[in-house]
Design a protein around this ligand. Structure first.
Ligand code: ADP
Ligand code: MG
Length: 239
């Protein structure tokens, strides 16, 4: 087990966005986090990483250490990195410079040449085309903005990677590329938490699924078992 969440909660005013969520992530596992819109998936990632806020209560244990109070910068240096549901890139910077920002915050910062080589290696790892390395990122198609965001996360050398809806807004062909990329990252030894609203992608890449509804875990287990669970069917139909 590489990551364990215990009874995490987060409220916004009177709204309990995450209401006592517990799960474990095994080393090199791909654990899917599913659930209808508004069920608390992104908030769960926020409180796991402290970006932009930690949990109200509960514990997060990463490689044996409690991390729920560790500052986000220190946490990403210690081996947990994430992507965001809405692409968070610096639109005025080139692709390489976007990833360089991560390299320079990774705690593995070296000479300028070493940093640039690390940024390019992260872009290569996600299959980002060399012809776009120096293009202004504001104009990139969504697939490349998503893989760029993954390259920035990989530049932190994470052992746990949190992906928030990496396949949303992609074409079916792009989703196949994204699936292959996620499986390749796991082959490289990274343990992955994968949020997706759409169940079919999760079904084909995840080892296990956790399903949230209204901030609570309503089902978890093997993907085939979970999608057949009447509680899950009802939560998805009810939205
Ligand atoms: P999901 O990612 O599953 O679609 P979210 O975690 O984004 O769901 O949201 C869960 C609930 O918490 C929603 O009702 C949402 O409106 C609310 N919420 C999320 N972030 C905030 C915030 N920063 N302030 C207030 N409410 C929020
Ligand atoms: Mg979300």
């Amino acid at each position: 087990m590489i990551l364990q969440a215990e009874n995490l909660t987060k409220s916004f005013g009177g709204l309990r966005a995450v209401g006592g969520v517990s799960f474990t992530l095994e080393a090199r596992e791909i654990l899917g986090i599913a659930g209808p819109n508004g069920s608390g998936k992104s908030t769960l990632f926020n409180i796991l990483t402290g970006i932009p806020f930690g949990p109200d209560s509960g514990r997060v244990v990463f490689e044996g250490n409690e991390i729920q109070s560790v500052a986000p910068e220190a946490l990403s240096r210690s081996g947990i990195a994430r992507t965001f549901q809405r692409e968070s890139i610096f639109p005025s910077l080139s692709a390489v410079d976007n990833v360089l920002v991560s390299v320079e915050h990774s705690g593995r910062r070296g000479s300028d040449r070493e940093n640039e080589a690390a940024a390019i290696a992260a872009l290569d790892a996600v299959g980002f085309p060399q012809t776009l390395h120096n293009a202004p990122t504001a104009t990139l198609p969504i697939f490349f903005r998503k893989t760029l965001m993954m390259a920035s996360a990989l530049a932190m050398s994470p052992r746990v990677l949190l992906l928030d809806e990496p396949a949303s807004s992609l074409t079916p062909g792009e989703i196949e590329h994204m699936k292959a990329l996620i499986l390749k990252l796991r082959e490289a030894g990274i343990s992955i938490l994968l949020i997706e609203h759409v169940l079919p992608l999760l079904m084909t890449v995840c080892d296990r699924l956790v399903v949230l509804d209204q901030g609570k875990v309503i089902a978890q287990g093997l993907p085939t078992e979970v999608v057949a669970d009447p509680k899950v069917v009802e939560a998805y139909l009810g939205q």
